[in-house]
Design a protein around this ligand. Structure first.
Ligand code: HEM
Length: 122
């Protein structure tokens, strides 16, 4: 089974992103970043991005990671909390650990494009 199938195809990825965005919305460490965000649009873009990343028949046509985040002052701590919210969502959807690690290995290198601010500890 390829990674796209291990994520449950488009339906599985859509369900995963719904849970992930719910987790972020309920995460007091980072939810304030999304106070002015169009959530349905964000979900749409995330589904396309993750679907394409795991080899599915989708095309991400949203903003670059630099463009989407440059005004947000994202810290490394915020990035790590968001990653944990994704892990929790993948666990909740019983995504196989190998597929989880594959997606995380694609997200981790995006950190330097997204993190633009230092936290209180530098
Ligand atoms: C690897 C990690 C991440 C990925 C793959 C990612 C992906 C995305 C994508 C695809 C969009 C939509 C772009 C568009 O609309 O064209 C977006 C927007 C956004 N992201 Fe991220 N993101 C990540 C990390 C973060 C982190 C750590 C934060 C803050 C804690 C964050 C906050 C936001 C916000 C607030 C928006 C909406 C911006 C707006 O409304 O203008 N993201 N992200």
């Amino acid at each position: 089974q390829n990674y796209y199938d291990q994520f449950g195809g488009k339906a599985g990825i859509t369900a995963l992103i719904n849970t992930f965005v719910d987790n972020v919305a309920n995460d007091p460490h980072i939810n304030y970043y999304f106070a002015h965000t169009n959530i349905p649009h964000l979900k749409y873009e995330l589904v396309q991005q993750v679907c394409m990343a795991v080899g599915g028949p989708c095309k991400y046509t949203g903003q670059s990671m630099v463009e989407a985040h440059k005004h947000l002052q994202v810290t490394t701590a915020a990035f790590n909390y968001l990653a944990q919210d994704m892990i929790d969502a993948m666990d909740a959807h019983r995504i196989p650990i190998g597929a989880q690690n594959y997606l995380l290995s694609l997200l981790a290198p995006m950190e330097p494009e997204i993190v633009t601010a230092n936290g209180p500890l530098g």
